[in-house]
Design a protein around this ligand. Structure first.
Ligand SMILES: [Zn+2]
Length: 384
């Protein structure tokens, strides 16, 4: 018996498992069982506290991978949901539940598309390969998830040629957006070292607030780059500022400021931090400081190529609209996958209600997304 290839039934089944990150609660076992029935070899990979699933069909030719996650964010105040967040109720043509868009709906569409494609193309696995990389740690720290599975794949010398991440990418209408990359994120902490003293004797102290203020102003107004074809100009946002201990007669000894960069491929962490230092070093007389940083995500940008052409073609054919390729939004696991597989794209359901109360997706869009994914597989792997 072939598995049920209805994306709605699959989405309901997955949403009913309350797999709040990083707990899996058996969600991936449902997927593993489904893929086994299609002939995939399924690997359950547990790293730390995180369950991951990798499944592959075929050993040769071009290798296409569907990537995604089964973990979801907490539902928040359950009493404010119009129906319980893990009930997967349908009201007015909408499937309501945590993960409906982000991204159990997308995972369901990928699974249904694989089932339909393999049914229509039974000889596929003799020439090419199809896989699923599903993590339970995308919404969490993303340490024991996709990164570790990619490491495991490298050890096995398994190479991905194309990867489609089914994260939500559309704003108003299914098909209006696909991600060809995402901005990187760099966090930095800056501590200015002054000299503590009594407010009545400022000549015996060195006030780091006064000294840092013009430098912070310059940092806030500095243009770090002009962006490029795919990325807007880099932005710096200060997020925390601290000095003093509450006393009104003490000049503080130090001032701490934290800030974040969202940056594209026009800059790198090194060029951004070099510009920060150049501004700080303008202080006259010099103001000692300590600057530390933490890179939380590289920017990534797809190479374009065959996958992008095929996806744009499938979206236009099935949905009748031309998608806008963009790099907006937060980070996703595509930032890791693209390091090993340059042809990595993101295309999926809707973004506006993700992580909100009453996350929901129109039922018809699950079917329409499944058709796009199926069409994409046929476009990349034509057969007589
Ligand atoms: Zn997601």
């Amino acid at each position: 018996m072939k598995p049920n290839d209805s994306p709605l039934d699959l989405a309901i089944e997955l949403i009913r498992v309350a797999s709040i990150s990083p707990r899996d609660e058996g969600c991936q076992a449902l997927i593993g069982h489904f893929l086994q029935q299609l002939g995939f070899t399924v690997y359950s990979l547990r790293f730390g506290q995180v369950d991951n699933l990798y499944a592959r069909l075929g050993e040769r030719g071009k290798h296409f991978c569907f990537a995604g996650h089964t973990d979801v964010v907490t539902p928040g105040d359950v009493s404010r949901w119009r129906s319980p967040p893990f009930a997967a109720a349908i009201q007015d043509g909408l499937l309501i539940g945590r993960g409906a868009n982000d991204m159990k709906g997308g995972v369901a569409a990928m699974l249904a598309a694989a089932a339909r494609f393999l049914q229509q193309h039974p000889g596929f696995a003799e020439q090419n390969s199809l896989s699923f990389l599903i993590t339970g740690d995308e919404e969490g720290s993303a340490v024991d998830g996709t990164v570790k599975v990619l490491e495991w794949l490298r050890q096995r010398r398994e190479q991905l040629d194309y990867c489609l991440v089914g994260e939500p990418t559309c704003m108003q209408q299914l098909g209006d957006g696909l991600k060809i990359g995402r901005r990187g994120s760099l966090n930095a902490e800056l501590i200015f070292h002054g000299k503590q003293g009594h407010v009545a004797y400022p000549h015996l102290a060195d006030n780091p607030i006064h000294r840092a203020a013009p430098l912070l102003d310059r940092l806030a107004r500095h243009r770090f780059d002009e962006g490029n074809d795919h990325f807007p100009p880099t932005t710096l946002q200060m997020t925390n500022l601290q000095a003093g201990d509450g006393s009104d007669n003490v000049i503080p000894g130090s001032l701490r400021v934290a800030f974040n960069f969202r940056f594209g491929t026009a800059s790198s962490p090194e060029t951004l931090l070099a510009q920060v230092r150049a501004i700080l070093d303008q202080a006259d007389p010099p103001l000692p400081y300590t600057l530390t940083s933490h890179l939380s995500g590289h920017p990534f940008q797809t190479e374009g190529g065959r996958l992008l052409q095929a996806l744009q073609h499938s979206i236009t054919e099935i949905l009748g609209i031309t998608p806008n390729p963009n790099t907006a939004g937060g980070t996703s696991d595509a930032r890791f996958i693209s390091l090993d597989c340059p042809q990595t794209l993101e295309f999926g359901l809707f973004s506006p209600t993700i992580h909100q109360i009453d996350e929901r997706v129109p039922v018809v869009e699950l079917e329409r997304l499944t058709r796009v994914y199926t069409h994409l597989l046929h476009t990349l792997f034509p057969h007589p």
